[in-house]
Design a protein around this ligand. Structure first.
Ligand code: SF4
Ligand code: SF4
Ligand code: FES
Length: 511
């Protein structure tokens, strides 16, 4: 361990700790910086993190310095502040200062640090600034403004060190130096939007989010991505019931500081025009009162098969199993929602809760098996989520049967359902998903439910086997499910409830 004094405060940190991280610990906030990122190699190019170490004649950059026992460090004195101001002035020489039309405004390192360390009158005439290419599309997801770039090289290091795709580089020298892709190369990898997250200024921005919303108007809800079995931890940024973007949230045990571009786009399904917005029977819109009577009549006449889906939460699937009261239950189609995996985070299993089905002991079926089970079912078929009728064999078996479907979109299963009931999407409800490591993580509600959609568990609670003893709240449902499974589902740790022997994380770090 090394004991050091930073701004008069004594701290003890592990040998080998970067002075930058020790300063963050002592100060309660990071030093000014552009190029340092804890998940990337140290570049030491922005020179913003300079500190005074007693005994050293010159200021030193904290990101490229390792702590030593007995170090006495100053991060706030006049000499250090002056250095930060001069470095900022250098970074701003050619910066266009077009904050009013920059998506990064409000969460920009340059703006924030200017307010803290700058506040000087610029001596550079606008006409003397070097102009560079603006609004250049460099890939399917990312747009580049070369003038705003501070050449921190974070994006270059990300593409070299994390994805290994190496699309970006710094070209030319001096005040002509600029970020860019090689001729004929696009920034086109499945993690390209992480470069937007780590770009400390508005040089790299998201084409999807571009000019959609000023960031200070957004509210954030911490949740998890449901795009695949990895369950990356995310922040849902939304305003007035509309989601504008997903950002990765650090969980060193699951996704480190990253998420994939496919996962970021899953929010679009929440506002999709194909949403099922009201109960319907035979194409006719129903009120919930009428739909409730119809559901009671169908269920009262007998249900022969309950079909769940790996898209539903643990609580919903547990309640479905309870509602079945001994009747056959299928977890849905085993072959559904599969894709190509990559070596970083994206899993071939594009459902968020297959491991939850396993935890409940509910098996999935191949299409032919499920079709056979439907044909043999004595009574109606109740389907919770997924779209099993997208498989022709299953659609054929369901034809002419009494089918109740609880789902979010007007898909093949909703089309042939006798009674279609609108459930809530992943962003409109809370619940627990079990990821590929077996880790239990919480989905949280970010936006109000669209149309007449209801939480799926409340719909299931209307089924006869549950109705008399229906849980009064999601918490009560969690308690009951947790007691049954021998898990405390009401008190999950922030990083998720790790199962014994959980797989080791692939990435680590912080944004
Ligand atoms: S584009 Fe952004 S992340 Fe890349 S070097 Fe420039 S400022 Fe840094
Ligand atoms: S890897 Fe999977 S869970 Fe993570 S962001 Fe992508 S789709 Fe979502
Ligand atoms: S953060 Fe240390 S030199 Fe850039």
């Amino acid at each position: 361990m090394a004991k050091l004094t930073i701004d008069g405060k004594e701290i003890e940190v592990a040998d080998g700790t970067r002075l930058f991280d020790a300063c963050t610990l002592a100060r309660g906030e990071a030093l000014p910086h552009f190029c340092y990122h804890p998940d990337l190699s140290v570049a030491g190019v922005c020179r913003l993190c300079q500190v005074e170490v007693e005994g050293m004649p010159k200021l030193t950059i904290a990101c490229n310095t390792t702590v030593r026992d007995g170090m006495v460090v100053h991060t706030k004195n006049e000499r250090v502040r002056k250095a930060a101001q001069q470095v900022l002035e250098m970074h701003l020489i050619n910066h266009p200062v077009d904050c009013p039309i920059c998506d990064q405004a409000g969460e920009c390192g340059l703006q924030n640090q200017y307010m803290e360390y700058g506040l000087y009158d610029s001596e550079v005439e606008e006409a003397d600034k070097v102009n560079k290419k603006k609004a250049q599309v460099i890939g399917p997801q990312v747009i580049l403004d070369k003038e705003r770039c501070v050449l921190c090289s974070r994006c270059v290091r990300f593409c070299n060190e994390v994805t290994g795709t190496g699309e970006l580089g710094i070209y030319n020298r001096g005040d002509r130096a600029e970020i860019g892709t090689a001729p004929g190369i696009e920034l086109d990898n499945n993690y390209s939007l992480n470069t937007v997250d780590i770009c400390p200024v508005g040089a790299l921005t998201s084409r999807d989010f571009r000019f959609q919303k000023r960031v200070w108007m957004l509210k954030s809800t911490e949740s998890i991505c449901t795009g695949c079995a990895t369950g990356c931890n995310v922040r849902i940024d939304h305003e007035a019931g509309r989601i504008y973007r997903l950002k990765p949230r650090r969980n060193a045990e699951v996704n480190g500081a990253w998420m994939c571009d496919k996962g970021r786009m899953t929010y679009k399904g929440v506002h999709d025009e194909k949403r099922l917005l009201s109960p319907a029977a035979g194409g006719e819109r129903l009120t919930w009162a009428d739909a409730g009577q119809k559901l009671a009549a169908i269920a009262g006449a007998g249900v022969g098969l309950y079909v769940g889906s790996a898209h539903q939460t643990l609580e919903e699937l547990w309640l479905l199993r309870r509602a079945a009261a001994g009747a056959p239950v299928s977890g849905g189609l085993a072959n559904a929602d599969r894709g190509q995996a990559d070596a970083l985070l994206l899993d071939a299993d594009r459902t968020p809760n297959r491991a939850g089905l396993s935890l409940l002991g509910v098996g999935e079926d191949e299409p032919a098996q499920l079709a056979e089970r439907i044909r043999k079912a004595q009574g109606a078929v109740v389907i919770l989520g997924g779209d099993p009728a997208a498989e022709p064999a299953v659609a054929e078996a369901l034809g002419g049967r009494t089918v109740v479907y609880v789902g979010t979109h007007r898909n093949a299963t909703a089309q042939l359902a006798t009674l279609a009931l609108p459930g809530a999407t992943w962003a409109e409800k809370a619940g627990i998903m079990v990821n590929r490591q077996g880790r239990l993580q919480e989905l949280r509600q970010a936006v109000a439910r669209a149309g007449d959609a209801r939480e799926d568990w409340r719909i299931l609670a209307e089924l006869p086997a549950v109705r008399g003893d229906a849980p009064a709240s999601l918490r009560a449902l969690r308690q009951a499910a947790g007691a049954d499974l021998g898990l405390d589902l009401t008190n999950l740790p922030a990083s998720g409830l790790a199962p014994a022997g959980a797989a080791a994380p692939k990435t680590g770090g912080d944004a």
